[in-house]
Design a protein around this ligand. Sequence first.
Ligand code: CP3
Length: 365
Amino acid sequence: MPYLADFCHFLGLALAIPLQYIMSTNSFNDNFLRACRREKSDHIPIWFMRQAGRYQPEYREVRKKYSLLEICRHPEVCANVTILPVEQLNVDAAILFSDITLPIGPMGIDFDIVENVGPVIHNPVRDAKDVDRIISFDAEESLPYVGETIEILKRELSVPLIGFVGAPFTLASYIIEGGPSKSYLKTKTFMYAQPVAWHKLMDKLATEMAKYLRYQVSKGAAAVQVFDSWVGNLSIEDYREYVYPHMVKMFSALKDLNVPLIHFGVVSGHLLTMMKDCGATVVGLDWRVRIDESWKLLNYEVAVQGNLDPAILVAPADIVKQKTNHILEQVDRPGFIFNLGHGIMPQADGDTLKRIVDQVHGYKK
Ligand code: CP3
């Protein structure tokens, strides 16, 4: 009899180990990473830029108690805010809840995020001396809570986590303007009138943001997105001269991480080939361009992500369905990730987002 008990114990273990293995491998949804690598996936993966935000009643509740930056400084709260849309919407990736401005604090730039305005900089950069004052930082020392949040997420999530930074131009535009801008006049004046200081600023930002992304990956981010939201305001020639070399340097400093590198911009259709040539492995598209034409233009050398107009989220259900289908029909190979062309707006409705996720997951050609 004792043998039988031993045998049952052994059998139990022998069964439990592979079962646990099968369950753990099966439960991780890697469709997003496969699409980033242009490999076949079970379904077209989808996530939304700004999937954690004011359209969610739960997020608005959290914001009553914590400012945006306070959320980032509390790993448990920040991880919960990151996870919530993944659970609610059934998307295939999570994006770390943070802001592109978070790492400029430890570089010596004082800022606040003002409701309905965005980042406001108290000590904007206006000349070479200001650029020299920008310091290098160590994320482990200055932003330890980011690492702690990512470690919680790595344990809790069953989808890949996307880390992110703002690209040098978009960050420089806030740092020089002092806040959001429509014309980017101060930024462009700085760029044209003080090119040496400009390149020094861009070089510092590229170096620091590459380091910060490496930190995020070391803690568990499985892919990274570089947001160059406002770079589309530059001409092709100015992008080539004032931005491109810094982006090449930044992406080449990330290459050995072997994680997908997503490069995203708004109104940047004219810059797409250069945004690919920087070294990105996924290019994000806004709604002003077509998926099929853009992908062809990029020689299918990268995966593409996009590009539903976020304004469509407030349209009637049949229009949402039709516009979603219009995007899906342009996809004829592996390597596509469904997303919006820019972030979700506070007016969006969670049920509409859920319906889009179901439609994309259920799509068969
Ligand atoms: O869910 C996610 O996408 C992750 C969270 C995230 C935030 N900001 C949180 C946030 C991400 C990826 C960003 C990136 C970011 N921040 C960008 C690049 C992407 C883009 O939208 O182009 C830029 C340019 C910023 C700067 C910034 N921060 C802006 C323009 C705003 C909006 C101002 C407003 O009130 O409408 C912010 C504030 C901000 N960052 C919010 C969120 C959820 C707004 C809500 C809040 O204040 O709680």
